[in-house]
Design a protein. Structure first.
Length: 262
């Protein structure tokens, strides 16, 4: 197991021990310079490894114990040198503790309030209907002022190459690709851009600049094809994750509304 993941599991185990068993004696796995390493810490890490496909046997447990001994020795040495009392380390420990508790709360919440298949399916159908039945391949040039966009259109009419003129675009994501936006559905663009795009004929460029909140666009439609929307099972996990994010946002908004933040 990589050290960073191991340390993460170790910290999670330590925080769990503090939160759940502060006043209880714990079985000891091993003593290191008189300091116990709780068996619960070993059990926690083995449980996480098993969830990732590792076996639970004496060899695996001994490897975990050995790694915990190594970490404990380093921690004791760091403590002896005063490093564990530094402001930066204390701040990071506090942040890590909060993050672990945050994640524990959310895991518990979604155990009792799971995102249901019906909700995921409804979101899938909504996204599918919004996407429409066609995909569009387009290029564009985005500039700050309408006059700049009109000048670009004039140059194109005189034989200027779109890809060369796109070098002056302020859209960093597409300017180095000649303004290429690849295949996408209109719903992924702002409404003024999408409305202009779907009205274009293949191979044609907008005769007048299109204004959006980002500036002024010169758009060229390269091709159109039927939309190949992914099957529900292929995107199901992403939909669940997105719906969970929405629910987390709602929860936090609700908590902030009740909180006194000064």
């Amino acid at each position: 197991m990589k050290l960073r993941l191991f340390l993460g599991l170790l910290l999670a185990s330590a925080v769990s021990a503090v939160a759940l068993a502060q006043t209880k004696d714990q079985a000891t796995a091993v003593m290191v310079n008189g300091k116990p390493i709780p068996k619960s810490r070993v059990d926690f890490i083995v449980k996480q490894q098993v969830a990732q496909g590792s076996p639970d046997n004496a060899q695996v447990r001994q490897a975990v114990v050995d790694r915990l001994i190594n970490i404990e020795l380093v921690v004791q040495e760091a403590d002896r040198k005063g490093l564990t009392r530094s402001a930066d380390v204390q701040t990071q420990l506090g942040l890590a503790r909060q993050q672990l508790i945050f994640q524990a709360y959310l895991q518990n919440y979604f155990k009792t309030h799971p995102i249901k298949d019906e909700a995921a399916r409804a979101e899938y159908e909504r996204a599918k209907s919004q996407s429409g039945d066609k995909e569009y391949k387009a290029h564009h040039i985005l500039v700050e002022k309408e006059a700049e966009a009109n000048a670009i259109i004039d140059q194109l009419k005189k034989g200027g190459k779109f890809e060369d003129l796109a070098k002056q675009s302020k859209d960093i994501g597409s300017k180095d690709k000649g303004g290429d936006l690849d295949w996408s559905v209109p719903a992924n663009y702002t409404k003024p851009f999408a409305d202009a795009l779907v009205k274009l004929e293949k191979g044609k460029t907008t005769d007048v600049p299109v204004q959006s909140q980002f500036g002024w666009h010169v758009i060229r439609l390269d091709d159109v094809r039927p939309m190949q929307f992914p099957a529900f099972d292929a995107v199901k996990q992403r939909i669940f994750a997105a719906l969970q994010d929405q629910e987390i946002g709602r929860l936090i908004k609700e908590l902030r509304a009740k909180a006194k933040v000064e």
